[in-house]
Design a protein around this ligand. Structure first.
Ligand code: ADP
Ligand code: MG
Length: 242
């Protein structure tokens, strides 16, 4: 892994701007899936930046490109056009735990590991000892109100419990950017509100930025900045002037 800037780009590299503090920046980004007549344009000509301590809700109908946008910002999708860069994180976050905590929309727990082991695994990848990782995992589970789930396997959890484990896993690595893709989709209003409160409190404590995609207007209303996706295009409201 390089220590300098490493944009993921569909065009030749441009020199990095050392004063750019954006944790993630998309410039004219497109992501198309498939080829020819069967191709789908998931996001199109998209430019945005996530600043330190941002609180962004991404809304938009199903299929509008929210997950694709979050995956691009996480460096998990390669753009088919334009550039994604992470100047404020010192370049491509892949392989460098503790920078981005991703909460996936779909099931993402490893079925053969129990809840504690699932939450502790990325910490161990980051070089933290097994004992310390388990301790941090236990604390994160407690934060989410699911400490009693610690020894259970993912198949023994409800959808909502699994979603909270995924949130605990993302927070346990103490990331600087939290990307949560419909993290409350399986939860009732009260549980959803609690999970968002935990996410926002953790972000405040970590000094992290948060991007939450959601269908739920009440959840979106808890974050001051609003991005709206529509047919792969992004509109930003209440954005930072930087
Ligand atoms: P949202 O999260 O808003 O529901 P997505 O980003 O998941 O939207 O999807 C945007 C569009 O891209 C949809 O038409 C979807 O079918 C398509 N798409 C997303 N991922 C893939 C993929 N891996 N292969 C093919 N099409 C995809
Ligand atoms: Mg989605």
């Amino acid at each position: 892994m390089t220590s300098g800037h490493s944009p993921v780009s569909a065009t030749p590299d441009t020199p990095p701007d050392p004063s750019d503090q954006a944790l993630a920046r998309c410039t004219g980004v497109a992501r198309t899936f498939g080829f020819g007549v069967a191709s789908v344009v998931a996001v199109h000509d998209l430019s945005c930046a996530v600043w330190p301590e941002a609180r962004i809700a991404v809304t938009g109908p199903s299929g509008s490109g929210k997950s694709t946008l979050l995956h691009l910002i996480a460096g998990l999708e390669i753009p088919t056009g334009g550039t994604v860069d992470w100047p404020g994180l010192g370049g491509l976050p892949q392989g460098r735990p503790g920078l981005i905590g991703m909460i996936f929309q779909g099931p993402s727990l490893i079925p053969t590991l129990n809840v504690t082991e699932n939450v502790a695994l990325p910490l161990q990848f980051a070089g933290i000892s097994a004992a310390a990782a388990s301790e941090r995992a236990a604390r994160a589970l407690d934060q989410l109100g699911i400490a009693e789930m610690a020894a259970k396997l993912p198949e023994e959890l409800s959808g909502g419990q699994a979603q909270r484990v995924a949130v605990a896993r993302a927070l346990a690595s103490r990331p600087r950017l939290i990307l949560a893709d419909e993290p409350t989709g399986q939860l009732d209003h009260e549980a959803a509100d609690h999970v968002i409160s935990v996410l926002l409190r953790a972000a405040d404590e970590l000094g992290a930025a948060v991007v939450v995609s959601t269908h739920d207007p009440k959840i979106a209303a808890r974050l001051p900045e609003r991005w709206t996706m529509s047919d792969g295009e992004l509109t930003q409201q209440n954005g930072s002037a930087r």
